[in-house]
Design a binder for this molecule. Structure first.
Ligand SMILES: CC1=C(CCC(=O)O)c2cc3nc(cc4[nH]c(cc5[nH]c(cc1n2)c(C)c5CCC(=O)O)c(CCC(=O)O)c4C)C(CCC(=O)O)=C3C
Ligand SMILES: [Fe+2]
Length: 372
């Protein structure tokens, strides 16, 4: 989209609130694409986080196991292609750009490109469905950083001349539950017929420090927004897959052992299930939308190995990824917000990474970035 003749970007400030959006930023975590990128990537992820060196070395090994290639960027590109096709079909026909927090293409560079392509009103689809610091607030920080970088590169660009609006959390959308339930039923078919009926359904999501969960969401609601959302999503997906009972556990914890994180871990849980005489498990990674490294390593290697040692038949359900229902859901979400009309406060969040107005996701876990 190009600006009308003669107008400068700053002319467009007045339309900040309600005008239609003209592009989509698909905002994700990022991952290395060869061995030499692994350490710099991990340093970006953990900068200032107090993650022990030994943990970083251990995680680097997980990436080296796959020759330093995280599947996440490729999977995101597949989702973007599927989403583009869907938007071409049903509209709105907005171009989709790809940017990341921790690796190339960095969100800052992508937003610069979007700006030079003439885009001024950008809807942001984050690849995390959840509230809380890691799932929501941190994506707002990414947006704020990208907007700051843009302003630094274009002196005179007035605040709000470019608007990035993050789409709402989508963990509770029926299509997400439907795609998750379908994946569970497909995984179930992979189990040997004789144990299929007794298989235990086990949902997993990324663990976070308990302190981060406690401060997630409006304090008036009691915090724990992330773990409550994961619990509700698991319940909904289980019900749709026809399971009356299931378990919900966590995976991929890091940080120093002295800091408590959400438990139980999936591997410890497999031990407990074996002790109860469970013979088959369906692991459903409800916490992730694509098969990135934490899924293919922690679930397909570590948990699968533990299950084998324990004599448990183990299958892992697919993530929602390019499931047409899930892609249609993203397109719907974009369609709902594309006109620019409507109440921003329904998002609970401000544009351009402003602090949440309703405490929708989390209080900042770290001091805010210095004002520019
Ligand atoms: C809630 C949550 C999600 C889901 C929401 C979302 O999708 O955003 C998520 C996603 C992801 N996490 C990922 C990778 C990593 N996460 C780490 C560290 C951490 N994650 C945390 C939480 C989450 N993480 C936390 C509280 C930490 C501790 C340090 C910190 O507060 O940052 C570390 C550092 C090493 C380690 O400690 O494991 C790595 C390498 C990848 C990419 C995988 C790939 O390359 O394919 C993805 C999609
Ligand atoms: Fe993570």
């Amino acid at each position: 989209m190009t600006l009308p003749g003669g107008s400068t970007p700053t002319d467009r400030i007045e339309d900040a609130g309600q005008a239609a959006f003209d592009a989509v930023l698909f905002l994700s975590f990022g991952g290395p694409e060869n061995r030499s990128e692994v350490m710099p990537f991990l340093e970006n992820v953990t900068r200032g986080r107090g993650i022990p060196r030994e943990r970083l070395d251990a995680v680097a090994e997980h990436y080296y196991h796959f020759d330093g290639v995280s599947p996440i960027n490729g999977l995101n590109r597949q989702m973007i292609d599927a989403l583009s096709a869907r938007l071409d079909e049903v509209g709105p026909r907005l171009p989709i750009y790809f940017g990341n927090r921790n690796w190339h293409p960095f969100a800052e560079d992508t937003v610069e490109q979007m700006y030079s392509d003439g885009h001024r009103r950008i809807l942001v689809f984050p690849t995390s469905a959840w509230g809380g610091y890691s799932g929501c607030r941190q994506y707002h920080e990414d947006i704020a950083r990208a907007v700051d970088a843009l302003a630094d590169g274009h002196p005179g660009l007035r605040p709000q001349a470019v608007v990035l609006r993050k789409l709402p959390q989508y963990w509770d959308r029926p299509e997400f539950f439907a795609a998750s339930a379908a994946a569970i039923l497909a995984a179930r078919e992979e189990l040997p017929a004789e144990v299929r009926g007794d298989a235990r359904l086990v949902f997993t999501a990324h663990s976070i420090p308990i302190s981060a969960d406690t401060t997630a969401g409006p304090p008036a609601d009691g915090g724990h927004l992330y773990s409550r959302q994961v619990a509700r999503a698991s319940a909904a997906a289980a019900a749709q897959a026809g399971y009356e009972s299931y378990d919900q556990v966590w995976q991929s914890r890091s940080g120093p052992p002295s800091v408590p994180w959400l438990e139980p871990d999936i591997c410890d849980h497999l031990d407990a299930l074996a002790a109860q005489g469970v013979t088959a498990v369906i692991a459903a990674p409800i916490g992730f939308i694509s098969d990135h490294l934490e899924v293919v390593w922690d679930l397909d290697n570590e948990a699968a190995e533990r299950a084998e040692e324990l004599g448990i038949a183990y299958v892992r359900a697919a993530t929602v990824g390019t499931d047409p229902r899930f892609i249609a859901m993203i397109a719907d979400l974009i369609g709902e917000y594309a006109s620019g009309a409507g109440d921003l406060s329904s998002l609970g969040c401000g544009d351009n990474g402003q602090l949440c107005r309703l405490g929708c996701c989390a209080v900042p876990a770290r001091p805010a970035r210095p004002a520019r």
